[in-house]
Design a protein around this ligand. Structure first.
Ligand code: SAM
Length: 251
């Protein structure tokens, strides 16, 4: 049977397509792409001509069956998304799951991933972190989710599109306060790559004063809840424990 190659593509700088990714895209029978027009431009740049098959959120389940059949018939297939690593806030989960369920092989061809690139230069603790992907698009849902993440003790990471970045910062201010530390990684690997760090309030000010800083694609990294907050909780627990013991001792 053939193999499914899950191939990472650049997130801006085309030189980030690895030589191995290029070889594989050049040699597979078919490339399953999130957006065939987008991918044909990328392939055109590298002089790669392959059959393309649309595989996006709306047809992924039925496509998966067809692709599994093609793999079983001995064809090799590459999966790509518009940018970065497939399945990371991108289609591909159902396909990879179907392929593995069918006892076939999915082979990773690693490369760019915006969240990993951002974390690697953020200066925030990177030993443990949580990847949230996109927050809910609506304000109320977004604030609810930020509230759920507020006490998380380690770095957490969200993807955000340019038209929501200031609203999202406002929601972070409302829920987390102005002092939480953030990093905004914008347009990574592209001409206007910028990595800003500061408190929520400082970053709100920078973006308000320079609207160019609101443009492009963002990874937002949030420092985990400060130790003192977590300590407070531990102190409260300890106090409760002592109280309980004391109450039991009372006549
Ligand atoms: N699969 C991709 C990956 O591996 O990173 C992510 C795809 S997701 C649909 C697109 C989001 O990723 C953008 O809204 C942005 O949050 C982030 N992103 C993608 N490229 C980026 C870049 N060059 N700089 C900053 N963020 C980027």
């Amino acid at each position: 049977a053939g193999e499914l190659y899950v191939v990472a593509t650049p997130i801006g700088n085309l030189a980030d397509l690895s030589p191995r990714a290029k070889d594989i895209l050049m040699s597979v029978d078919v490339i399953a792409a999130e957006d065939t027009r987008h991918t044909s431009k990328l392939l055109g740049h590298f002089g790669i001509r392959r059959q393309l098959l649309a595989c996006h959120d709306y047809n992924e389940r039925e496509r998966s069956e067809q692709i599994v059949k093609r793999l079983q018939a001995g064809e090799s297939v590459a999966l790509v998304s518009d940018a970065g690593t497939p399945l990371i806030s991108d289609p591909g989960y159902h396909l990879v799951n179907a392929v593995r369920e069918a006892g076939l092989k999915a082979v990773p061809v690693p490369g760019a991933c915006a969240m990993v690139a951002a974390l690697s230069v953020s200066g925030l603790p990177s030993d443990r972190f949580f990847f949230e992907g996109f927050l809910p698009a609506k304000g109320s849902g977004r604030r609810k989710r930020i509230t759920e993440l507020a006490d998380f003790a380690h770095t957490w990471i969200v993807y955000e599109s340019p038209h929501r970045i200031t609203d999202m910062l406002d929601d972070m201010f409302t829920v987390l306060g102005g002092d939480r530390r953030l990093v905004l990684a914008r347009e990574l690997t592209k001409t206007f790559e910028t990595v800003l760090s500061g408190t929520v309030a400082e970053l709100q000010k920078i973006l308000a004063e320079d609207t160019n800083q609101q443009r492009g694609e963002f990874v937002v990294l949030v420092q985990g809840a400060p130790k003192s907050d977590i300590l407070d909780e531990e102190v409260t627990e300890e106090a409760l424990r002592i109280m309980t013991v004391l109450v039991e001792e009372l006549p």
